[in-house]
Design a protein around this ligand. Structure first.
Ligand code: X2X
Length: 334
């Protein structure tokens, strides 16, 4: 392989500086893919991280960033990651749910009251539990600090959502993950799972009426161009596991693995701060783009989920170990 050739040729010994004309001679050329626009903080920090890693590894590791589904949609990228055609990707734990069911646990409706609970759980035992399940696939793994997506809000082109009844008959795009379909069925909507790559055009052509995502995505993916109402439901917190292909990562010498691992964690902290700032501050920008934004009371939504048996169903699916780890951080749910 090219990597072996470079190693044997001793080319790694050349002093390489990030961004110079010899950049293509990096010993380890790696690829990172994501579903988000280049302007979203997740990718802004992925680019910055790639530069830092290149400098710190003296040019030996060159991670190329492919934003906005350039390498395919999430389903495609996940198979590439598993087969070794892709080194790294970020993915919602809930989309990973079709492969690692336990990973979906952060998506339980209205589970996390605030970010304090989110990071305590995800940087604590709940996150560690999920990462063990991901590692059990044998082919892929998740780095320690999950990156942020945010609390998810509902947008649509029909009416503002103030209470669960307003969702009745709304054709709502959800990401492809069992938890989302279950949650929005329980709330009375008509969920339609689609990859994020198809969301803008599905909304534009009115194949679906609405979708749900944090404000930073609604803004950077310009969903305000094709949606009128934005209802602040905060129905779940979602993140992005920064994941790698195990075999490819283990081809890096241990000292380079350490540099990459440390940078993923450090970048997560910076990325979380920027995502939070955007999600907290974008309401006025979205209004300026013509959206009608409304707050909601979570109680009737939570009550509707309870009545529909949502919590007891998922408690049974996750099992006692996972469910009590979640409740350890967020309190009793079911
Ligand atoms: O697909 C989505 O809606 C997104 C971008 O939020 C995820 O990656 C889960």
């Amino acid at each position: 392989t090219r990597r072996d050739f470079m190693k044997h040729a001793g080319i790694a010994a050349l002093p390489l500086v990030a961004g110079n004309a010899f950049a293509q001679t990096a010993e380890f050329n790696m690829k990172f893919g994501s579903n988000l626009p280049a302007t979203h903080p997740l990718n802004i920090h992925a680019y910055k991280m790639a530069s830092k890693i290149k400098v710190e590894t003296k040019g030996r590791v060159d991670i190329q960033v492919f934003p906005y589904n350039q390498l395919g949609n999430d389903t495609d990228m996940l198979s590439q990651l598993r087969s070794g055609a892709l080194d790294f990707m970020t993915l919602s734990p809930l989309i990973l749910g079709s492969l690692v069911p336990q990973a979906q646990i952060n998506g339980v409706g209205f589970a996390f009251k605030d970010y304090k609970q989110v990071w305590a759980a995800m940087d604590g035992e709940l996150g560690a539990y999920v990462r063990r399940q991901i590692a059990n696939t044998g082919t892929i793994f998740a780095f320690d600090k999950i990156w942020d997506n945010g609390y998810r809000e509902v947008t649509n082109s029909v009416r503002p959502i103030n209470k669960p009844d307003d969702l009745k008959g709304i054709k709502l795009r959800t990401p492809p993950g069992p938890m989302w379909v279950s949650l929005f069925k329980a709330l009375g909507a008509a969920p339609t799972p689609l990859n994020f790559a198809e969301v803008y055009s599905a909304l534009q052509s009115k194949v679906v009426d609405g979708q749900e995502n944090p404000l930073a995505i609604i803004y950077t993916a310009k969903l305000y161009e094709v949606q009128k109402y934005c209802s602040m439901t905060n129905h779940m917190w979602d993140g992005y596991w920064f994941m790698g292909n195990k075999k490819l990562f283990e081809q890096l010498p241990p000292d380079l693995q350490v540099i990459v691992t440390r940078n993923v964690a450090e970048s997560a902290v910076l990325q979380r701060a920027d995502v939070r700032k955007m999600n907290d501050g974008l309401q006025s920008e979205l209004k300026a783009k013509g959206m009608a934004v409304n707050d909601t009371n979570p109680d009737p939504f939570r009550e509707k989920l309870r009545q529909a048996g949502f919590y007891s169903e998922w408690k049974a699916k996750f099992g006692d170990e996972a469910w009590s780890l979640l409740e350890k951080y967020v309190g009793k749910l079911a």
